[in-house]
Write a protein that binds this ligand. Structure first.
Ligand code: FES
Ligand code: FES
Length: 216
């Protein structure tokens, strides 16, 4: 029974002008390009090789830190992965990778988002801001960055980029925030060094700098 089925497959393939041996050789020879392409075209015959679902990258354009960046992105790829490993923007950290710690926070159209839990395809056509994009064109620091420098507000600083990006949003939305309001705003960020007192000092100082019109 198996031989009959095998004969039918071979006959059908040969009717299409592609021998079984030749087909396998073609797959081996073109294996490297299969991962980057949906189809292997051989001897003028279109031999479509189905790929594993989700393995196909697609070239997209992203607006990151005011620049148009072209990058190949898989459907299930997170923004944190794209930023760090494809665009080289390693200021964005990955801590928990499941929307709990806030280390990966970036701004999307000005709103803080966990980039570990945001698909890159979701931010096409939107403005992404990472910590690398905070510095002014003339090299001046953002008020939040200046507050961090002035108060030395973090210990290991792994959590810092996420806190800073959330503070940027805080200073834009509520530069008159009280200490309690700062704490509430930053509740989605966790510091493993438990350095919250100094972090809140930074947040208050950043608000003060913003109120004073500082772009230090
Ligand atoms: S790494 Fe994204 S929330 Fe922790
Ligand atoms: S300063 Fe170390 S995790 Fe926050």
């Amino acid at each position: 029974m198996g031989d009959v089925a095998g004969t039918q497959v071979q006959t059908t393939t040969e009717q299409q002008g592609v021998s079984r041996r030749g087909f396998i050789k073609g797959v081996i020879a073109t294996g490297a390009s299969v991962s980057a392409s949906n189809y292997v075209l051989r001897s003028g015959h279109g031999v479509a090789l189905a790929q594993a679902p989700g393995a196909v990258e697609r070239l997209v354009t992203l607006n990151v830190n005011g620049q148009q960046r072209r990058v190949d992105v898989m459907p299930q790829e997170t923004l944190a992965m794209t930023l760090r490993y494809k665009l080289g923007l390693t200021g964005t950290k990955i801590g928990c990778d499941r929307a709990e710690c806030g280390a990966c926070t970036v701004l999307v159209d000005g709103i803080p988002q966990y980039s570990c839990s945001t698909l890159t395809h979701q931010v096409r056509g939107r403005e992404v801001l990472t910590i690398e994009g905070l510095e002014g064109a003339d090299g001046t620091l953002h008020p939040v960055q200046q507050a961090v420098v002035d108060l030395q507000g973090f210990q290991c600083a792994f959590c810092m980029p996420g806190f800073v990006m959330n503070m940027v949003n805080l200073t834009e939305e509520n530069p008159n925030a009280t200490r309690g309001e700062c704490a509430h705003h930053l509740a989605g960020n966790i510091c493993r060094c438990i350095d919250y007192n100094k972090i809140l000092n930074v947040a208050e100082k950043a608000c003060e700098y913003t109120r004073n019109g500082m772009r230090s």
